[in-house]
Design a protein around this ligand. Structure first.
Ligand code: GLC
Length: 824
């Protein structure tokens, strides 16, 4: 029998083992400390391509994104929780997710298995029945999730993926009878639908009358009709209204249908939940259709397994515009070899994406992040900005302008063509001829919202500069792109207008007006003073001008380049003269200085120190001094704090930032801002400190203590509570954070030091003293560069064997270029 097993995995963990408490404060302590017996709840697979979770009750749901280039996207947890949508989670949401509900992480894409003889019922993914399993393992890979489990003599494998070429999720449940008895099972699959684009709770006296779902006898599919948003109930939606849309969602299966329900309340039972649906308990679904109420898709199948036998049920949950397309998709995936083929295609797609970079360093954790997990997260933030995750409900945030511009920085090499299209899409959706930008836009409609941030428009410059420097294609700067409102101009002029806008909005001290906010969304100076000035935006303006000058120079526009550089220098001088506090840079004026040694709270801010270095504003002596101050005032075991001392009570002069609990969010450790600290340390040659901050923030180094952060060990989270917080080190808001792209940039471009420029690849490593060297391979303009950096021997650079002065490798003609750098 053993040899016949289809499902092979180590059943090392019973599902009820080794959960540890993490919330009880030690006696006499005011802080909650993580349990000392915290144990790993998973690990990377041997090839690092999967994160293998060995216990279903993780401290927060540990999520994965399964999506395709068509825009069909599912978010799936380690117990099959989560939901899916098509292209835009606000407008084409398909399945329901109850944010912040109890129990957490409901609903999902669920299977129920019921033994007809014993009536024993369980979920092969642990949720939602939570019946203890004898074996459990979840493997999150790039673009798929596989959950293996065993209960008694029934072993299962549940695979969830989104094929690259189809608007659907495929759920595949393989069941194996390990016993020597015949097994008679009822299998059910279930998901709850949403009201497409209406948050149904907003106006339920109305919205519950809209949904329609039924089982279509001819196609054997559950059909859930689209409900179009109506402007009467959402005036802001007027522009996006598409009354002609008659698409639908559907669910169908490979096995004959023995029963169905389309009405959630009939399937679950009104006073029950997904844990114990009445339909499953009864062993018979009610055959409900839905005209008003809460729609769901539940199908029932019979599965009879002889001793040692196995069988597979494949389910397709999708979106379609024509009934025939839906049936065709279901039919395609009736065949399990098609599911496997889709999985292999997904694998190939990710092999290709991940092959752009490869590092081998003395630090295998860093390698796993750069080679797989950080790169994977960067693609996910590129796709979804800050729109939709376990923490972002996808109803209103859209694609962020500054967010998307930063997300692009880490994928220009891997996704050259897509990132070019993204630049076009973003610029035309958000950029005004006046030079400023909308703060967000929605992907399907391209409509933007919110104006008045002091930095959004400036982010267009590093975004475009990174793309041009990566590809060497200056002609993009001449491409005519529309502004909001339709007027068109070459891309270069868009960028010029961005800096001109800032130049025209200076306050009393000559620094940029902060407007609604700068990078730090919650620093709301306008609460008390309408003309607050941001030193961070001033530094960022210097940075943007210098990058624009480099582009102008490459275009042969020497006078423009000189002009931009002069303006940069003038602002840098002003910062150094008027925003220097003696040992560090101020944060703002509102109207008096903020972030000064005279302040009782928030006397020093991280961002104006790191950006003083990234922008080149700080001369070497000051640069050393400010990083020393960052280390001694802002350093913590969980990374650098945004400011110190933290706000302990609301302060209207600062706004929302002061309302967070002590040590939380922008009043604690913001991971994204730590990536700039990593880069700034590297720029000053402080490789050890750069890596120390990286290790403090990077989740994989905390793998053995998962209870402290609580969030996924394989992706960065937006914030970690600082050591001033009640729960130090606790993570929040994982997956969708600018930390992903900036940490990737900080490590690859500043610590490993390999970055693209118009003239070629710069090799400028700032590695820790203990490292003997590393190898790095990356694509750059059609050539693969195999770079070896090592210590000892004659310092210097060799390109394809030839000694080369400086640290620039000019674009090579052939397919491969070998680079060797010896450092002392
Ligand atoms: C969030 C926002 C980002 C902002 C940051 C700091 O991550 O998405 O745009 O810069 O918070 O406030």
């Amino acid at each position: 029998m053993q040899s016949k097993r289809l499902i092979e995995f180590q059943l090392t963990h019973s599902s009820q083992q080794h959960m540890t408490s993490n919330s009880e404060p030690a006696e006499g302590s005011t802080k909650s400390s993580p349990s000392p017996c915290s144990k790993p709840l998973g690990a990377l697979s041997g090839d690092q391509r999967e994160y293998v979770i060995t216990h279903p009750e993780t401290p927060t749901p540990w999520m994965n994104y399964i999506s395709n280039p068509l825009g069909f996207c599912g978010i799936v947890s380690q117990t099959a929780g989560g939901f899916c949508f098509y292209r835009d989670p606000r407008d084409y949401r398909i399945t329901k997710y109850r944010y912040n509900g109890v129990p957490v992480d409901r609903p999902g894409r669920y299977f129920y298995i019921r033994n007809r003889r014993t009536k024993k019922t369980w979920s092969p993914t642990w949720q939602p029945t939570q019946v203890p399993l004898d074996g459990y393992q979840c493997r999150h890979g790039q673009g798929y999730t596989i959950i293996d489990s065993r209960l008694g003599s029934v072993a299962t494998r549940s695979t969830f993926l989104v094929p690259l070429d189809a608007n659907c999720e495929v759920w595949s449940l393989r069941v194996e009878n390990l016993s020597d008895q015949k097994l008679e099972l009822d299998i059910f699959e279930y998901c709850e639908f949403t009201l497409w684009c209406e948050p149904e709770s907003r106006n339920i006296q109305w919205s519950l009358h809209l949904p329609k779902a039924e089982f279509d006898d001819a196609s054997r599919l559950i059909i859930y009709h689209r409900v179009e948003k109506h402007p009467a109930f959402d005036p802001a939606a007027n522009a996006d209204y598409r009354p002609e849309d008659d698409s639908f969602a559907f669910l169908g299966a490979s096995l004959p249908v023995a029963g169905f329900d389309c009405d959630r309340d009939r399937f679950l039972g009104l006073y029950r939940s997904e844990t114990n649906p009445v339909g499953v308990e009864r062993g018979r679904l009610s055959g409900s259709i839905l005209r008003g109420g809460v729609p769901c898709a539940a199908l029932q199948h019979e599965m009879i397994l002889k001793a040692g036998d196995s069988a597979t049920l494949n389910v397709v949950l999708g979106y379609a515009e024509k009934p025939a397309d839906a049936a065709a998709l279901r039919d395609r995936f009736k065949d399990s070899s098609q599911v496997e083929a889709a999985r292999l295609e997904i694998r190939k797609y990710w092999d290709q994406y991940l092959s752009a970079y490869h590092v081998e360093s003395p630090d295998p954790t860093l390698d796993a992040m750069v080679n797989v997990w950080n790169a994977y997260q960067c693609k996910t933030t590129f796709d979804w900005s800050r729109y939709i995750s376990f923490y972002e409900n996808g109803e209103g945030r859209g694609m962020g302008t500054r967010d998307s511009a930063q997300d692009l920085l880490a994928v220009v090499c891997q996704l050259g063509k897509r990132s070019k299209n993204r630049i076009r899409e973003l610029v035309s959706a958000v950029h005004f001829p006046e030079g400023d930008c909308h703060h967000i836009y929605y992907p399907i409609t391209g409509s933007g919202h919110m104006r008045g941030f002091s930095d959004d428009h400036l982010w267009l410059i590093p975004m475009v500069a990174s793309w041009v420097e990566e590809t060497g294609d200056l002609s993009f700067l001449d491409e005519s792109i529309a502004y909001v409102g339709g007027k068109r101009e070459p891309l270069f002029d868009h960028l010029r207008r961005a800096v001109d806008f800032t130049a025209g909005k200076l306050g009393e001290h000559g620094f940029p007006l902060i407007g609604v906010a700068d990078w730090n969304d919650t620093l709301h100076l306008w609460m008390e003073y309408p003309r607050g000035e941001s030193i961070l935006t001033a530094e960022f303006y210097v940075y943007a001008l210098r990058r624009l000058a480099a582009l102008a120079r490459a275009m042969g526009r020497a006078a423009d380049a000189a002009g931009f550089n002069q303006r940069a220098q003038a602002m840098a001088d002003r910062i150094n003269a008027d925003a220097w506090d003696g040992q560090w840079y101020l944060r703002a004026f509102s109207p008096g200085p903020m972030g000064s040694h005279r302040d009782e709270v928030a006397r020093i801010f991280l961002n104006t120190q790191t950006w003083a270095i990234l922008s080149g504003v700080a001369a070497p002596e000051r640069a050393e001094m400010i990083l020393d101050q960052v280390d001694c005032q802002l350093g913590s075991p969980f990374g650098c704090k945004v400011e110190y001392p933290p706000f302990t009570k609301y302060n209207n002069r600062y706004g929302l930032i002061s309302r967070y609990n002590v040590g939380h969010k922008e009043n604690g450790v913001f991971s994204h801002a730590n990536a700039w600290a990593v880069a700034a340390n590297a720029i000053l040659g402080r490789g050890d400190r750069a890596m120390e901050i990286y290790r403090q923030v990077c989740p994989l180094y905390r793998n053995d203590n998962p209870e402290i952060a609580g969030t996924e060990p394989y992706v960065f989270c937006q914030t970690l509570n600082s050591d001033d917080a009640h729960t130090p080190g606790q993570g929040a808001n994982s997956w969708l954070t600018g930390t992903a792209s900036w940490m990737f940039v900080a490590i690859t471009q500043y610590v490993l030091g390999i970055r693209s420029s118009m003239d070629g690849l710069i090799i400028d490593p700032k590695i820790p003293a203990s490292w003997s060297g590393f190898t790095f391979s990356r694509m750059f303009r059609e050539t693969r560069y195999d770079i070896t950096v090592g210590r000892g021997g004659q310092p210097g650079l060799r390109v394809d064997g030839l000694a080369t002065a400086g640290n620039l490798v000019r674009p090579a003609p052939g397919p491969v270029c070998r680079v060797e750098l010896r450092i002392s």
